[in-house]
Structures are given as structure tokens and as C-alpha cells.
Design a protein around this ligand. Structure first.
Ligand code: ADP
Ligand code: MG
Length: 323
């Protein structure tokens, strides 16, 4: 099969239902935003060996690529509707079975999240598999959220639980021991994150700033602080942990630093005025999303983390950086 047959067989069906994609048979695709609505765009690249294990199941790689992009839409409070896909296929990814499984993974998530593939590019590379996705979303009537906008006195909230993905890497590396069940749970959180798209849509007009946690709670809260011109205080014992992460933290107290500074959570971190607490809780309930208040926007400089006695805890790492 050549490149064109592959696209026609495996990718064109993913464009069905989006007329502007022209069945992936044209040089360009058309996006027609509803009257006056802003279109939000975000791009993310995943590279084998950097963002996922070389040799991971193609369905899982596909879904992780989509989900990290969906998570950016969730942070904006936007409704995603389309994406493009630029694939650089390594040697191991050039057979049709691999492509077919990859497309199956995309199809399942397209259905779950209501999005369509509208274009892309396919090349081969002597290097590792690389996947670049650009996703398009639509703003709701209350606009979109960004990293700036946090106000002094705002509460700091997170969705879900923090640290699971980074603990999966730590246990896989043999640095700490988890039983099989916990290991499976943590791996699942690493491989298959849950972008908080439905919950995120409720945040414009309620939250003042938002980001999704990809580089770690400390680093991503640092982004909100910098862009909002404020500092932050986080109570370490309020950070929500899954039962598996809590167990590991009891056994190895030092993993708390990993939880705070590791990444790949793809949970939402946002600030909201104190009087919006009930609205935030209601939004969480109506979308089956756990939400936890972990701190307050106050002072200036990088975020501070406090223990149960109100003592400042210093971490060596600040977060993941590629360069
Ligand atoms: P060009 O030579 O103009 O770059 P291509 O042959 O790369 O065109 O692509 C032909 C069509 O297939 C285009 O509509 C393009 O958007 C689509 N396409 C190519 N690769 C992919 C992909 N990985 N995912 C989705 N659409 C793709
Ligand atoms: Mg091309």
C-alpha cells in the first residue's frame, strides 16, 4: 500500500461527518466557525521514546496524542471539533497493521469526544515515530480561559488526582515498589489520561485563569503565577491523591516531591474567586469530575508549598523541561 491508499483506507473514514474536510482528498480543509465565535487552536507533538514508550500499542499512542491536545482545549474551556494529524513514521510503524490499529484508536476517541480528522501529512523518517496534532475548538458564550487572569485571594483548584502518571514512571523504574494492582492503576493514568473537556467548558465566566497540568503542578502553577503577576501558596496535604498514590506516599514520603514536580497529569489547575466555590463544586458534580481546593493566590514569585504546620517545603526539581 502506498501513502495515498493508506490515507484513503484508514484516515479518510475519520473525516466523515465534517464536510470541510473534503474526505481528505484536497490540499486544504475548510473551517467555518459559527457566527462570530472565536476558534481556538493548539498544537502538540509526541515523539516515541520521549512521550510514550517505543513499542507501545498503536491504539494507545493514538489516544494519548489526541488526549493531550484535548486537554489543552479543556484548559481553555473550549469545545473541540476538529484536528489535523502530521505523522512521521519510523521503520516499525510503516506496516498497514500498525496504521490500521492507530486509526482504530483515533476512531474510538473521536466518538467519545465528538471531533473529526480534517487533514494532515504523512511522511517517513529514519528517526523515531513522531506525531504532531493540531486541534481546533470553539469558544462558548463566556469566552475562553488562559494562564493570565488570576486575582489576589483567588482559590486554587485542581481536578481529579495528582501524581499518578509520574508515579507510574517511578515504579516502572524500580525506584519504589507498588503492588500489581496499584501499578496497573498508575500505568493506566499515564497511558490513557482523562482530558477534562466537559468540566472545562463550565469554567469560563467562573474561573479567572486555567492551565492543564503537563509539566507538573509546581511548574504549571508557576505559569499561572507569572502570567497573572502573583504568587501562590499550596497546602501540600490538600493535594488530592488516588488511593494508589496515597499508599506509596505513606510508604515513601519522599515521593511527594515527585507528585508535585512530575507531570503528565492532564488534570486542570485553575483559580477562581472564593465566592465561586459552590459554582465550581456544582460544575464538578454535574460532569462527574472531582475538584479540590488546594491553595490561594497571594504575594509574588514562584508558588510556595506548605506542610501541615504551615512550614515552607523546598523542592529541588521545579518541573519537567525538554531543553
Ligand atoms: P500534499 O502532497 O499536498 O501535501 P498529501 O498527499 O500529503 O498532500 O495529502 C493528501 C490529503 O491527505 C490531504 O487532504 C491531507 O490533508 C490528507 N492527509 C495526509 N496525511 C494525513 C494524515 N496523517 N491524517 C489526515 N489526513 C492526512
Ligand atoms: Mg503532504
Amino acid at each position: 500500500m502506498d501513502e495515498f491508499d493508506l490515507i484513503a483506507t484508514h484516515f479518510a473514514p475519520l473525516a466523515e461527518g465534517y464536510p470541510g474536510a473534503h474526505g481528505l482528498a484536497d490540499d486544504t480543509a475548510l473551517i467555518t466557525p459559527p457566527n462570530g465565535r472565536t476558534v481556538i487552536v493548539s498544537a502538540d507533538t509526541l515523539v516515541a521514546g520521549v512521550h510514550f514508550f517505543d513499542g507501545a500499542a498503536p491504539e494507545q499512542i493514538a489516544q494519548k496524542a489526541l488526549r493531550v491536545n484535548l486537554s489543552d482545549m479543556a484548559a481553555a474551556g473550549a469545545t473541540p471539533f476538529a484536528y489535523t494529524l502530521a505523522l512521521s513514521l519510523g521503520k516499525a510503524n510503516r506496516d498497514e497493521d500498525w496504521i490500521a490499529s492507530f486509526a482504530r484508536g483515533l476512531k474510538a476517541d473521536q466518538k467519545e469526544f465528538g471531533i473529526h480528522l480534517i487533514g494532515g501529512d504523512t511522511t517517513s523518517t529514519p528517526g523515531p515515530l513522531s506525531i504532531s496534532l493540531t486541534i481546533f475548538g470553539e469558544a462558548g458564550e463566556n469566552g475562553v480561559l488562559g494562564r493570565r487572569g488570576g486575582q489576589a485571594g483567588d482559590a486554587i483548584w485542581v481536578s481529579g488526582t495528582i501524581g499518578d502518571a509520574t508515579l507510574a514512571l517511578l515504579t516502572a523504574g524500580g525506584k519504589v515498589d507498588a503492588d500489581e494492582q496499584d501499578q496497573d492503576y498508575l500505568n493506566g493514568r499515564l497511558i490513557n489520561p482523562t482530558p477534562r473537556v466537559q468540566f472545562g467548558k463550565d469554567l469560563p465566566g467562573v474561573a479567572t485563569a486555567a492551565i492543564d497540568i503537563s509539566d507538573g503542578l509546581a511548574a504549571d502553577l508557576g505559569h499561572i503565577c507569572r502570567q497573572s503577576g502573583l504568587g501562590a501558596e499550596v497546602m501540600l496535604d490538600r493535594i488530592p491523591l488516588s488511593p494508589s498514590a496515597a499508599k506509596l506516599t505513606d510508604q515513601y514520603p519522599e515521593v511527594l516531591e515527585t507528585i508535585v514536580t512530575g507531570g503528565d497529569d492532564y488534570e486542570l489547575l485553575f483559580t477562581a474567586p472564593v465566592e465561586k466555590e459552590t459554582v465550581v463544586m456544582t460544575a464538578g458534580k454535574s460532569t462527574a469530575t472531582a475538584v479540590t481546593k488546594i491553595g490561594v493566590m497571594v504575594g509574588s514569585g514562584p508558588p510556595k508549598f506548605l506542610d501541615a504546620h504551615g512550614e515552607l517545603v523546598q523542592f529541588e526539581q521545579t518541573g519537567f523541561r525538554h531543553l
